[in-house]
Design a protein around this ligand. Structure first.
Ligand SMILES: *Cc1c(COP(=O)(O)O)cnc(C)c1O
Length: 431
């Protein structure tokens, strides 16, 4: 499979180049030159395949022959290393729980798959590659865990001091080994500015090979298709007509679902549920793409004003708004309703939502009012314990803390404190 840049369709690169570069030199996102379709028999008989076999079959055409069968199968196994259960929440709505991985959020899937691919591509290299990542919380933890102990890969994570939750900070700063955390005395934007400057710095690039692990990397985006197939496998006997609702920020997760559907997975409809950062819901109404400034909300992993993956969503539908509307609805919800929904669903259904899942749940409920014949699955993208600090008071004490989280709180933090200044960062990295 070749990949082209959405800025310039002429220049094609291999899967390996797309993974190692992350973003095309012209700053475009990589997109596969064609969309593979899966065998109808395979889809009809998903229940006959193991989860690993399904993941392998789905991703194989995107990797081509660049990773041999045995190695790719191992990467898929390491990625799908934890369960993806579905829980009934109300009569017609089910939660697809994506938080049973090491850092309790769905980003573990993409991070683990990317780590496996990068580790494979670097297997014979003598010069280690440095993965540089700025995080506002969830991404850094998933990347740290996914890349931990991958030979030939060093990870440097920049996070804003005092602006990530205690649990998130522990996930970034307690692994050691090939993972190093930089606590930046500034904001997330400062961290991102330093990372961007590093990628433009020729001198630094000569000193070490840098790559990014942000969510636009094809090796983080595409494996997110896996759990749509696994959900369909679990649901299809009783509920063949499904709508998925995906709490969306950068729109990578929902774009993976749309890609799964394009490959042949029978899904009736997709709902993108956002918080008040509603650039896409507004676009669906007006046809005008007008990103504002990101506003802080309870579902902070979705506080994105200019969702980077939306160009891929449009590309999947030939950049046609009417075509997109047939398969895709975007709805936005505020914090007040998010908090109320968390309280209500706990009280009435005894299901604990996290704020992101709550947005997905509301999107699903609203859409199902117009399509009562469908069964809905919303993606519960993080464990509620990750957002315990901001959960409504009335339910905070009811949130379950998994044992592995408890042990994390007891681990020692190791981070280097640096000012929000590029020179200070560079000196640290070059030393
Ligand atoms: C990253 C994240 C999202 C948003 O996913 P996108 O792929 O960026 O749309 C939603 N929920 C949680 C918990 C996240 O960490």
């Amino acid at each position: 499979m070749q990949y082209f840049s959405l800025q310039n369709q002429q220049q094609q690169v291999s899967f390996e180049t797309a993974v190692v570069q992350g973003i095309a030199p012209d700053k475009g996102l990589y997109f596969p030159e064609q969309i593979p379709t899966l065998d109808k028999d395979f889809i009809a008989n998903l229940h006959d395949y193991t989860d690993h076999e399904i993941g392998y079959k789905v991703i194989r055409p995107f990797v081509g022959d660049e990773i041999p069968e045995e190695a790719l199968l191992k990467i898929v196994k390491d990625t799908l290393h934890f369960p993806f259960p579905i829980q009934k929440v109300t009569g017609h709505t089910y939660a697809l729980e994506l938080f049973h991985g090491p850092t309790l959020a769905f980003k573990d899937v993409g991070a683990r798959f990317m780590a496996g691919c990068l580790g494979y591509f670097r297997r014979n290299s003598t010069k280690p590659v440095t993965v540089l990542v700025a995080t506002s919380g969830d991404t850094g933890g998933a990347v740290a865990s996914g890349f931990f102990n991958v030979p030939g890969v060093e990870v440097v994570i920049l996070y804003p001091s005092k602006k990530v939750s205690t649990l998130q900070e522990k996930q970034l700063t307690t692994l050691g080994g090939n993972i190093r955390a930089l606590e930046i005395e500034g904001t997330f934007d400062d961290c991102q500015a330093i990372v961007k400057a590093a990628f433009l710095d020729q001198e630094l690039q000569e000193h070490r090979q840098l790559t990014s692990a942000n969510s636009i990397n094809v090796a983080r985006w595409l494996p997110q298709m896996f759990y749509y197939f696994l959900a369909y496998k679990q649901m299809k006997a009783a509920h063949p007509r499904l709508v998925f609702s995906v709490p969306s920020g950068n729109f990578g997760n929902i774009c993976a679902g749309l890609m799964a559907a394009a490959m042949g997975l029978p899904v009736s409809h997709f709902v993108a549920a956002t918080n008040i950062n509603d650039t896409v819901p507004r676009f669906m109404g007006s046809g005008k793409y007008e990103p504002g400034k990101a506003l802080p909300t309870l579902s902070n992993a979705m506080d994105v004003a200019d969702p980077s993956n939306f160009v891929r969503v449009l590309q999947l539908f030939g950049n046609s708004l009417p075509a997109l509307k047939e398969k895709f609805t975007a709805l936005s919800f505020n914090d007040k309703d998010t908090a109320r929904t968390m309280e209500r669903v706990w009280k009435e259904n005894h299901y604990m939502l996290d704020p992101h899942g709550a947005v997905g749940f509301m999107g699903l409920q609203q859409y199902l009012e117009t399509a009562p014949e469908l069964t809905g699955v919303f993606l519960e993208t993080a464990h509620p314990v990750k957002f315990e600090d901001t959960a409504p008071k009335s339910i905070r004490d009811e949130i379950y803390t998994p044992p592995r989280v408890m042990s994390l709180y007891n681990k020692e933090k190791t981070a280097t404190l640096l000012p929000a200044d590029y020179t200070a960062f560079k000196n640290w990295l070059m030393r």
